[in-house]
Ligand binder design. Structure first.
Ligand code: PAF
Length: 280
């Protein structure tokens, strides 16, 4: 595995491999790699000749009072995880190599970035789209892999690829959960043991919602049931509970057949997101 910090160096390496006819898969991450990330790597290794993993805590997707400084950065462990999972290139740019002094061009989704997480994190998806577009231009992959835990991010990236004519297939990979049902996330390291147990209430609420949807209950009733359940989590505070169309995140009515139930909940001081796709 080659570890590369410089965007130009990665691009040159990839150019040579693509001339040889090799296919490239990109797994963009912010590090603190867990089984969710590993599932993306495995999928990429399966589908491509070359797998590039980027590990970069992207400052422009964090708001002023968010956790950019304290975001976990276990570099040595991340290198080992990539090595163990047959990654060919580990790309770890620095802020200086990725954002030059005059950096001033951003990508902004003017629609679905304003709902759900976008309400409390108004610049988040602009930061995500901008860095992902840069990574696409540097690594030039045929495919890129995103976890469905960040369902809104996945949908916005798909929209960006369509809107801006990127010739890249976006592969959404299923949420990986702890045995308890808690969705894996780098931010779970912020939770105490007790909070980890409490946070499983989120998964249980989503399972209940899925069951109610299958039984034909109304959107309003499902939302109330999820709310009632999440409010039982000690120290739990609801940021949002949304039931939306799973293709495009538009608002749904009782006649919709494919929906995603997405929630953001603070457990103690830790904001967690999770979702479940439901069909009938
Ligand atoms: O999902 C993440 O880890 C990040 O938002 C991403 C896609 C790597 C962009 O920084």
């Amino acid at each position: 595995m080659k570890i590369i910090n410089n965007p130009e160096e990665l691009r040159k390496n990839i150019e040579i491999l693509k001339k040889e006819g090799k296919t490239v898969g990109l797994v963009p991450t912010m590090g603190a790699l867990h089984y969710g990330h590993i599932s993306l790597m495995k999928q990429s290794v399966l589908q491509n000749d070359i797998t590039v993993v980027s590990v970069y805590v992207n400052p422009i997707q964090f708001g002023p009072n968010e956790d950019y400084e304290r975001y976990p950065r276990p570099i040595e462990k991340d290198i080992q995880v990539c090595q163990d999972n047959k990654v060919d290139f580990l790309f770890m740019p620095t802020n200086e190599t990725l954002y030059n002094k005059n950096f001033s061009t951003y990508i902004y989704n003017n629609n679905i970035s304003k709902i759900m997480c976008g309400v409390t994190r108004p610049t988040h998806f602009q930061g995500v789209c901008t860095v992902v577009a840069k990574l696409f231009n540097i690594a030039m992959p045929q495919r890129a892999y995103f976890g469905l835990k960040d369902y809104q991010q996945y949908t916005i990236i798909r929209q960006m690829v369509e809107d801006l004519n990127f010739n890249i297939e976006i592969v959404g990979c299923p949420i990986v959960r702890e045995e308890s049902g808690l969705a894996m996330s780098s931010r779970n390291t912020y939770l105490s043991q007790e909070e980890k147990v409490q946070a499983t209430g989120i998964y249980k609420s989503l399972c209940l919602a899925k069951q109610l949807f299958a039984e034909g209950k109304s959107i309003k009733d499902i939302k109330s049931a999820v709310e009632e359940n999440i409010l039982k989590i000690p120290n739990g505070k609801i940021d949002y509970i949304e039931l939306r169309n799973s293709q495009n995140l538009r608002e749904v009515t009782d006649s919709d057949k494919n929906i995603v139930i997405a929630v953001a909940v603070k457990v103690g001081n830790v904001r967690l997101i999770d979702n479940m796709v439901c069909e009938k």
